[in-house]
Design a protein around this ligand. Structure first.
Ligand code: URA
Length: 269
């Protein structure tokens, strides 16, 4: 083995080690405020700081929200919305190592909208939400309840977070107009909000998930109106770590199923 191939092998082993440890993005030692453009000085003197946005730099929160609203309003179908999301540059997560936008899977005519927190590494690789271990458990739960065929499954943010951390309220706010547009186009009869971070964003509550879960709330859209009755439940990733909590989720799912099926038979009954 020559010196170069040895170095390559060592580098590959190091990257594999970091990847196994959950490192999936590279950052500098110091925090960087990417809302400020530091213009390079031609004289090599001290850099000048200007509040203008550099080409390709992240937009401000206001610019991002305006862009999300504009793209959302222009989408008249869920397919168009998927394209709008892929074109949306306002979510800071987009520039943090995500491979692609992850929007939705499931039935685009379904009566149930399921909203999780955000895609993980597996979802990022495959371009679909909830396809990892937690997603498989979610599918099993929905299947047993007879709800999988009715479900349209998405998330509060459409790009994976570095290290699978919880998305910030700012990241969720950037994506919110697009998520709300999905609800407006889908017109679900009920919304299942999965996990604490999704409950915070959709139900606009700081209450803990143990207090919020199992209760019907109204999902109030920021442009006015109510999308649908929404219920939060525990995240399947939590159930993988705490299987004894499955009973609570099952209780919530039975309530959800009863509501969806009761409404389905009511008109002819
Ligand atoms: N967890 C989520 O909240 N969403 C996914 O898509 C995958 C895991």
């Amino acid at each position: 083995m020559n010196a170069l191939s040895f170095d390559m092998a060592a580098a590959e082993a190091l990257f594999a080690f970091w990847s196994d440890a959950g490192v999936d993005a590279c950052f500098g030692e110091e925090p960087v405020d990417r809302t400020i453009f530091v213009a390079p000085s031609p004289s090599r003197g001290p850099a000048t700081v200007t509040p203008l946005r550099a080409p390709g730099a992240a937009p401000s929160a206001d610019e991002a929200a305006a862009e999300a609203r504009r793209l959302a309003a222009g989408a008249t179908t869920l397919d168009e919305l998927a394209q709008a999301i892929a074109a949306f540059e306002g979510c800071p997560l987009r520039a943090m190592g995500a491979r692609q936008a992850v929007f939705a899977r499931g039935n685009p005519q379904g009566s149930l909208m399921v909203i999780g927190e955000g895609p993980g590494a597996e979802e990022d690789a495959r371009g679909q939400p909830f396809v990892g271990q937690a997603g498989q458990l979610l599918d099993r739960i929905l299947t047993v309840a007879g709800l999988l065929d009715e479900a349209f499954i998405t998330n509060t943010v459409f790009w994976k977070t570095p290290g699978n951390r919880t998305p910030t309220p700012q990241e969720q706010a950037a994506c919110a107009p697009l998520l709300e547009r999905a609800a407006t186009l889908l017109k679900p009869k009920a919304v299942l909000v999965v996990g604490a971070a999704a409950a915070r964003a959709v139900l606009k509550t700081d209450d803990g998930i143990m207090r919020t879960r199992g209760q019907w709330r109204e999902w109030r859209l920021s442009e006015g109106g109510i999308a649908a009755p929404a219920m939060a439940t525990l995240h399947p990733a939590f159930l993988l770590r705490q299987p004894q909590a499955k009973g609570l989720v099952w209780k919530d799912i039975l309530d959800l199923s009863a509501r969806l099926h009761a409404e389905a038979v009511e008109p002819g009954a």
